[in-house]
Design a protein around this ligand. Structure first.
Ligand code: PAF
Length: 284
């Protein structure tokens, strides 16, 4: 496995592959890798001739500088974890390679409702930062397919819009991969590393509640279900729900009544102590 820091070096390397007609699978990440990332590499490895993973903690998607500061970073540990995987190239650029000047940090995307609710509402400008870096990375890597986890489902839908409306010429296929969970159900996330013992113990309740909601939703009205989910999680004093929404995939319109023709997605953000966790589940 090769670690490349410079865009020019990566471009030369990938052009050689492309000239041989080989397909490139791309897994963009911010490091702090875990089993969830390994599963993205594994899927990419089965579907492509070459897998490239990027590791770049993107400053423009953090709307809170404290959050950016405490984001876990350990490139050597990340490399150790994936060195036996199907990943052949790790692209770990510096900020200057991704954002050469201040102008490159400006964006003019319009994602409509997709970025106005849930994460978009509570983390203003977050998705502009995500779209900016993904656009730049897609243009550099120009993969055949790019792999993202369902855990960040709203991010996936925003990137899907970006890909279809702003980057259609690149003809990249996006692949949504299932959420990988800990034995107690907690969705794997780089942020889990930041949980203290008490919050970690409590955090399993988030997924358990979502699963119970999925199993029983037809016995409740939409409003009753929302209240039950929020109360059930908040009754654990270590947890505090920030939002729980029932929305339609792919447009994220609010679900007001159970409609079997809609793909119902339940999305949640919860503070476990001071750490903010997100999760989601499809009901049908
Ligand atoms: O999901 C992530 O790790 C990041 O948001 C992404 C897509 C790599 C962009 O920085």
């Amino acid at each position: 496995m090769k670690v490349i820091n410079k865009v020019e070096e990566l471009t030369v390397e990938l052009n050689i592959f492309r000239s041989k007609g080989l397909s490139i699978g791309f897994v963009p990440t911010m490091g702090a890798l875990h089993q969830g990332h390994l599963s993205l590499i594994e899927t990419a490895g089965k579907e492509n001739d070459l897998v490239v993973m990027s590791i770049f903690v993107n400053p423009t998607q953090f709307n809170n500088s404290e959050d950016l500061k405490k984001y876990p970073r350990d490139l050597n540990k990340d490399i150790e974890l994936i060195k036996k995987s199907a990943c052949s190239i790790v692209f770990a650029p510096d900020e200057k390679d991704i954002y050469p000047d201040e102008n490159s940090k400006k964006s003019d995307f319009n994602f409509g409702l997709l970025t106005k609710i849930m994460e978009g509402k509570f983390r203003p400008s977050h998705f502009d930062g995500v779209a900016m870096v993904v656009k730049r990375l897609f243009e550099i890597v120009q993969p055949s397919k790019a792999y993202f986890g369902q855990k960040d489902i709203q991010q996936f839908l925003v990137i899907n819009h970006l890909n279809n409306h702003y980057l259609a010429d690149l003809k990249i296929t996006l692949v949504k991969c299932p959420i990988i969970r800990e034995p107690d159900g907690l969705a794997m996330s780089s942020r889990n590393l930041l949980l203290n013992d008490d919050s970690r113990k409590s955090a399993g309740l988030i997924a358990k509640t979502l699963i119970q909601a999925k199993e029983n939703y037809k016995s409740f009205s939409v409003e009753e279900l929302k209240k039950w989910v929020i109360d059930n999680i908040n009754k654990d004093t270590k947890l505090k729900v920030e939002y729980f929404e029932l929305v339609n995939d792919p447009d994220l319109e609010e679900i007001k009544i159970w409609d079997k023709n809609k793909k119902i997605l339940a999305c949640i953000a919860v503070f476990a102590g001071s750490i903010r966790l997100i999760d989601n589940i499809y009901f049908n």
